[in-house]
Ligand binder design. Structure first.
Ligand SMILES: [Zn+2]
Length: 141
């Protein structure tokens, strides 16, 4: 039977189904764990803070968002390219997501949280993960 969803729609449906426990996010969690950081992924703050951060490190008053390069519009990233069809719709959709990210980040900063955004492309390859592992202590100090 043919797929009832067009490819873009399929991608969107799949990303909703996969939800929070995506491969890149799990990779980041195990990196943080190995580095000895304590964090929550399902705590009350993960649910109540603006933007529902993927990872909360209460001791550092820091939240981490793991952003999908496509859905959050990672500029200059090979994983982010507006599809050739329905271009205007996609452009509006992705800029809406980006505007919401900016609003959430501002709200968190006002509340005294540090905000770290990690793009999925930084978690995809072993060399990118190594680079990020070295940078994390700098984010969290
Ligand atoms: Zn990217």
């Amino acid at each position: 039977m043919a797929d009832v969803f067009a490819p873009e729609k399929r991608a969107e449906v799949m990303s909703r189904i996969r939800g929070r426990d995506t491969g890149p996010e799990l990779a980041l969690r195990s990196m943080l764990h190995r580095l000895g950081y304590r964090f929550t992924v399902n705590g009350p703050k993960n649910k109540s803070l603006p933007g529902k951060p993927d990872i909360v490190l209460p001791k550092y008053r820091t939240v981490i968002f793991v952003h999908g390069c496509f859905w959050h519009g990672h500029e200059h990233c090979p994983a982010f390219r507006i599809p050739g069809s329905r271009t205007e719709w996609w452009t509006a959709k992705i800029s809406g997501n980006r505007a919401r990210d900016v609003r959430n980040e501002k709200a968190l900063l006002v509340m005294g949280w540090h905000v770290v955004t990690i793009w999925e492309c930084a978690l995809k390859t072993a060399s990118a993960r190594e680079w990020l592992t070295r940078r994390i202590p700098g984010f969290l100090s």
